[in-house]
Design a protein. Structure first.
Length: 433
């Protein structure tokens, strides 16, 4: 007798655990940035190669990931994504032994490639597990677990990575070459144990998904796509998706840019005056705010239109950025940390709004939206270049512009324009059982 498939709530819980894991691994980049900046004595623009490499993988690997999902289905794609991410996490061990910034970047690229495949498979998958009307709320709940990961990982793992005393350029210049090499090696190796533990956790989750039975839902996207031979160009003809791709690009860019600079920003004497290890613990408020906001947002969306809520949250985030740019001390520090609360609903709401009514185009739409996560590579690079020239505080103008666009998308750009065949597509995307 065949095993019965897991019930929808149990399946959602299991997939949400994967959201939790990749959220935590992504937020650890915010800890790696100040750490590797000190180890390799780099400026902000050079250090932002961490985010450029990590989120650049989303751009390069999204379409191949979409092809993988189409060929082998959701469950197998999730397993392959977890295994790939585990390999990337394990690569931190040789990167730290050398130590080599190039190998660190290679490890990040492999890790992010695995997460890209998980994003392409898991985001539409959890959206399709149930009623279309509650897809945004359901994805927000899963993203709340993602935010729990982004909150917990920096709080507990961050101080382990940043535990060593950070020496300044003048101190390093006064040391003998052998002592500098030993210092850099010791500092770099603090990432080895945390990332090996992450690799083990990813392998365990891959085994769990492989052994358990979850609904395939392949008929929800792949069947229609293969039948009608839709193209990416045709997919982008839907305005709410097209503007949604740009919204994802700018949202992820803004969120990652802010998170990337938080530790260095709070360490500035006129902002928080904190040590880097202490500042890493304050990331819990930024990422924890996103977690709390997603639970609140999921509840609010049962009575408030998700698009209107998105526009409101984007306006508040922009106002908080303007506040941190114009003040100092505690007001500047807490206003930027509070942005996490209003970031909360943005990614899942934009994603769910953008794939609404896409029917057999859902798979390709998902790949395009995940590809747009490359904003996390490019926007921080722009802010990093500005920070080197005009300072971190003034450079927050970059994410402020991003939030202004997101407010417009929530208010106007996310409206679904009815088109011929859309009803057929919706039926394919959400079959009745």
């Amino acid at each position: 007798m065949n095993q019965r498939q897991l019930s929808t709530p149990v399946t959602i819980a299991m997939i949400s655990l994967i959201f939790f894991a990749w959220g935590g691994m992504t937020s650890l980049n915010d800890v790696l940035i100040p750490h590797l900046k000190a180890v390799f004595a780099m400026n902000y623009a050079q250090t932002m190669l961490i985010q450029f490499t990590f989120f650049g993988a989303y751009f390069l690997m999204s379409l191949p990931s979409g092809a993988i999902v189409s060929r082998i289905g959701y469950k197998s794609s999730i397993v392959v994504g977890l295994l790939t991410a585990a390999v990337g996490a394990a690569m931190f061990y040789p990167a730290a032994r050398l130590p080599s910034y190039a190998v660190f970047l290679a490890a990040l690229f492999v890790l992010a490639s695995g997460i890209t495949l998980l994003q392409v498979a898991a985001n539409p998958y959890i959206s399709l597990l149930g009623n279309l009307a509650t897809s945004a709320s359901r994805l927000n709940l899963a993203q709340a677990l993602n935010s729990l990961g982004t909150t917990i990982f920096p709080y507990f793992i961050g101080p382990l990575i940043l535990s060593g005393a950070v020496l300044g350029a003048d101190q390093l210049a006064a040391m003998a070459p052998e002592a500098v090499t030993a210092y850099k090696t010791t500092q770099a190796q603090s990432v080895q144990v945390p990332y090996l533990m992450l690799a083990g956790g990813l392998l365990a989750m891959a085994a769990l998904v492989l052994l358990l039975r979850i609904p395939s839902l392949r008929e929800a996207t792949d069947a229609g796509d293969k039948l009608h031979h839709h193209t990416y160009r045709e997919t982008l003809q839907h305005p709410h998706l097209r503007w949604g791709v740009l919204a994802i690009f700018l949202y992820v860019g803004a969120e990652v840019s802010i998170g990337s600079f938080l530790i260095n920003y709070m360490a500035q004497p006129d902002i928080g005056g904190l040590s880097e290890a202490t500042a890493s613990r304050y990331l819990v408020y930024y990422w924890g705010g996103a977690m709390v906001g997603r639970f609140i947002g999921a509840a609010l969306m049962t009575v408030i239109d998700a698009r209107k809520l998105l526009a409101l949250f984007a306006v508040v985030a922009a106002a908080l950025l303007a506040t941190t740019m114009g003040t100092h001390g505690n007001i500047a520090m807490w206003s930027v940390l509070a942005i996490g609360l209003f970031n909360s609903i943005m990614f899942p709401t934009i994603f769910a709004s953008a794939i609404e009514g896409m029917g057999p185009l859902t798979g390709k739409a998902s790949s395009l939206l995940v590809m747009a996560i490359v904003g996390g590579a490019l926007v921080p690079m722009l802010q990093g270049a500005l920070a080197d020239s005009i300072g971190i505080q003034s450079a927050f103008a970059v994410p402020l512009v991003c939030y202004a666009y997101i407010a417009w998308y929530g208010a106007r750009g996310s409206r679904v324009v009815e088109s011929l065949g859309q009803a057929e597509g919706a039926a394919l995307a959400h079959p009745r059982h």
